[in-house]
Design a protein around this ligand. Structure first.
Ligand SMILES: [Zn+2]
Length: 168
C-alpha cells in the first residue's frame, strides 16, 4: 500500500493516500487520529536563532513544551507501521526499541525541519475511532527522521515519519 511501488505517471497519489487514511464513499478510514505538535519555525520561543545556530530549547518550557518553537496542535489521521528488515536497514538512524513509522498526508508538514522538530501523540479514541474530549495523550513520540515521498515534479505525495517514544 503506502510503501509499495506505484507508477510515477499516477497523478492521484495524494487522493489515494487521503482515501486510505480518511476513507472513501466505499471504504472505511484505515488511518486513526493522532495529535501532532507542529512547530512554527518562524515563531521561536525559547531558542536563540540569532547566531544562525539554534540553542537547545528549555525542556521545561510550558509555552512550547520544550520544542523551542511555538507549536500548533493539529489532529490528523495516520497509518502506523513497524519497521522490519529492509526498512530498518533503510533507516539506520533507528536502532532503538520502538521502531515505529507513521504515514501522514502531504500537507501535514511543510518541510523536513518542521517535521523533525515536531512531536506526535497517540490520543484516546472511542470504540469507533473518534477523538475523546478532553484530549488525553497516551503515547508520545519525537520525530527522528521525516521522509517526504515525492513525485517526479518534486511535489510531496505523503510523509513517512520515523519516531522514537518519549515520556508523556
Ligand atoms: Zn519555549
Amino acid at each position: 500500500m503506502l510503501s509499495s511501488t506505484y507508477s510515477t505517471a499516477e497523478p492521484n497519489v495524494r487522493t489515494e493516500v487521503h482515501g486510505i487514511l480518511y476513507g472513501t464513499r466505499t471504504e472505511p478510514p484505515r488511518g486513526h487520529w493522532v495529535q501532532i505538535t507542529r512547530v512554527n519555525l518562524n515563531r521561536p520561543c525559547c531558542v536563540n536563532i540569532t547566531s544562525g545556530k539554534w540553542d537547545e530549547p528549555r525542556r521545561d518550557c510550558k509555552a512550547c513544551e520544550g520544542l523551542g518553537f511555538f507549536p500548533t496542535l493539529v489532529y490528523v489521521r495516520s497509518r502506523r507501521s513497524y519497521l522490519q528488515g529492509d526498512e530498518q536497514a533503510a533507516a539506520p538512524q533507528i536502532f532503538h526499541i520502538d521502531k515505529v513509522r507513521y504515514y501522514v498526508e502531504h500537507n501535514v508538514f511543510e518541510n523536513e525541519k518542521q517535521a523533525e522538530l515536531s512531536r506526535l501523540y497517540e490520543i484516546r479514541l472511542d470504540s469507533v475511532g473518534n477523538i475523546v474530549r478532553p484530549i488525553e495523550r497516551l503515547v508520545g513520540y519525537n520525530v527522528q527522521v521525516a521522509t517526504p515521498f515525492r513525485e517526479d515534479s518534486g511535489r510531496i505525495q505523503y510523509w513517512a515519519i520515523d519516531v522514537e517514544k518519549i515520556e508523556v
